[in-house]
Design a binder for this molecule. Structure first.
Ligand code: PEP
Ligand code: MN
Length: 262
């Protein structure tokens, strides 16, 4: 058990408890059928939350931008039917207001970690928050971003390490494994890891996921798509439904609760 770590409940999932929570789902909600298929499959494999982006912060404005509110309704419907709470990213205060009707947890993406106006509003929204680390942010800056939310009275904050930008080109970002024990011991907030956006490639996701749990992570966020090669975003770093099942079985076999060294 993680002594001194705050527990954050989202539906039946509990971050910072004895077992790691796995958030799973596609990078983007593409249509109602696919998000439903993913929801039922990842639930059967042991996921605790369903993810799916509907407002996508894409590097290029010409890339698929997501289905917006329509996608949120699909995500919520799939989560309800499969029995999973849902999380998705909002990019602005306006989107936050709309999203509150659909989401169980609000995600702040890496690109918005420094958006202090959004963080402050999220601090007042009364929903659990998943705060991703900016890819150019130090651990201290990340923890101070969390303070913007906590300061408004919202104590349900989960941190997510998702890789930082370095000189290494073989991965999209470099997973900063040190951030897991350091953020946990410095903040008392649960810390999960998103190895998919860190790696940008699916062949090392399993290794990074297990390393994260070995470092004491309270959970994982994994991108899952029924047919990753046809995904509208981030297919190269997504697992298919079978691969996700293999990952969850490896996590279950790992021997929980894990020994933590700090
Ligand atoms: C995401 O999780 O959908 C995402 C865009 O990740 P990040 O903000 O970490 O790049
Ligand atoms: Mn993605």
């Amino acid at each position: 058990m993680s002594l001194g770590i705050r527990r954050v409940r989202v539906g039946a999932a509990e971050f910072g408890g004895s077992y790691p929570v796995i958030i799973a789902g596609p990078c983007s909600v593409e249509n109602a059928e696919m998000i439903r298929e993913v929801a039922f499959s990842v639930k059967a494999s042991g996921a605790g939350l369903l993810r799916g982006g509907t407002w996508k912060p894409r590097t290029s404005p010409y890339s698929f931008q997501g289905l917006g509110v329509e996608g949120l309704a699909m995500l919520k419907g799939a989560g309800n039917d499969a029995g999973l709470p849902v999380v998705s990213e909002v990019l602005s205060v306006e989107q936050l207001e709309t999203a509150l009707d659909y989401l169980d947890m609000i995600q702040v993406g890496a690109r918005n970690m420094h958006n202090f106006i959004l963080l402050t509003e999220i601090g007042r929204c009364g929903k659990p928050v998943l705060l991703k680390r900016g890819f150019m942010a130090t651990i201290e800056e990340w923890l101070l971003a969390a303070e913007y939310i906590l300061k408004e009275g919202n104590e349900s904050v989960v941190l997510c390490e998702r890789g930082i930008r370095t000189f290494e080109p073989w991965t999209r970002s470099t997973l900063d494994i040190s951030a897991v024990p350091l953020a946990r011991q410095s903040s008392s907030l649960p810390v999960i890891v998103d190895p998919c956006h860190a790696a940008g490639r699916r062949d090392i996701i399993m290794s990074l996921a297990m390393a994260s749990l070995g470092a004491g992570a309270d959970g994982l966020m994994i991108e899952v798509h029924p047919d990753p090669d046809k995904a509208l975003s981030d297919g190269g770093q997504s697992l298919n439904l079978t691969e996700f099942n293999v990952l969850t079985r490896a996590v279950q076999a790992y021997g929980w609760p894990p020994e933590r060294f700090c």
